[in-house]
Design a protein around this ligand. Structure first.
Ligand code: ZN
Length: 309
């Protein structure tokens, strides 16, 4: 009976010793919490980028959490207060920043604000996609009215290389003591992006159609990089009219589209309707997943399968 009672105590004591050894180990290897560079970012993929380059030397806060939309987000008052601890804010050009940037800047005048999308050539969004499928081959026209600039820059690996450079520059200037670490981490990240691009091309190799229908048009830069065509259901944040919906269904039938893409932050009602009309299905893809690298790899696999019929 006695040994039976003692055993768990010994195990617990050993576990406590191990835990103490482990935390002492990480404490001495990494930077102390107070020495870290505090960074705030707008969206989750940026958290991934900053952590890839800053690693143990940064602490990253995110404004727009899982399931929230960067188009309409309103920062919580705790988040605004927490900005007083940040040395850097990495903006990326999403809608809520425009409405909030003055207040974000005022919350901490010492915080440096860097727009990581500043060096990226933005593409214009298609405001209206009109496809006259009823007309004869000579009269067939595709009209595209131009909308505003597309803010979803991070769905392009090429753009993320530019973003990574901006993040590296700002971290190296803010914390020059770790410049060599940031440089090495940047080089690793850029190599991973090259590998990602090659994997995406492999995953898209042999697709039979380049056109994909998606509810929220977050994949314009991805489409540009990999020679796909994004056909949005939602136009400038609004549901399509009955006529536009009918045209989308015609187009889907004409192109043999069987997959309609949705995203977790938006309603899938309209996507489900179109999918039902063409005997297809809705698949969710998330442009805002935190593990950006793995997510793009998975999304490209999904595209490769969906566009192969
Ligand atoms: Zn969006």
């Amino acid at each position: 009976m006695k040994t039976f009672n003692i055993k768990p105590v010994v195990v617990l004591a050993l576990a406590a010793l191990l835990l103490a050894a482990c935390s002492a180990g990480t404490g001495s290897a990494g930077a102390a919490e107070s020495d870290k560079v505090n960074v705030t970012v707008s969206i989750l993929p940026e958290k991934y980028f900053v952590e890839r380059i800053g690693a143990d030397f940064v602490n990253v806060n995110v404004m727009v959490g899982p399931g929230d939309s960067p188009h309409t987000y309103e920062p919580k008052s705790e988040q605004m207060t927490a900005l007083s601890h940040s040395a850097l804010y990495f903006a990326i050009g999403v809608d809520f920043e425009q409405a909030w940037m003055e207040r974000i800047a005022a919350a901490n005048p010492d915080m440096q604000i860097v727009d990581v999308s500043a060096d990226i050539d933005k593409i214009t969004m298609v405001a209206h996609h009109h496809h006259e499928s009823e007309a004869g081959p000579d009269d067939e026209t595709v009209e595209e009215e131009q909308g505003g600039l597309d803010p979803h820059v991070w769905t392009s690996p090429e753009n993320v290389k530019v973003i990574a450079q901006s993040i590296y520059q700002a971290l190296a200037e803010t914390d020059p003591a770790h410049q060599a670490d940031y440089q090495a981490n940047l080089d690793n990240f850029l190599a991973d992006i090259d590998q990602l691009e090659s994997d995406i091309r492999t995953n898209l190799d042999g697709i039979s159609s380049k056109n994909f229908i998606v509810f929220h048009p977050a994949w314009g830069y991805f489409a540009r990089d990999f020679e796909l065509e994004q056909i949005p259901i939602e136009i400038e944040g609004s549901e399509p009219s009955a006529q536009e919906l009918a045209e989308l269904i015609d187009e889907a039938e004409e192109e043999g589209v069987k997959v309609i893409f949705g995203s977790p932050a938006f309603s899938t009602r309209t996507a489900e309707y179109i999918a039902q009309e063409v005997n297809g299905q809705v698949i969710l893809i998330d442009p805002l997943a935190e593990n950006w690298l793995e997510n793009l790899r998975e999304v490209s696999k999904t595209f490769g399968e969906a566009l192969n019929n």
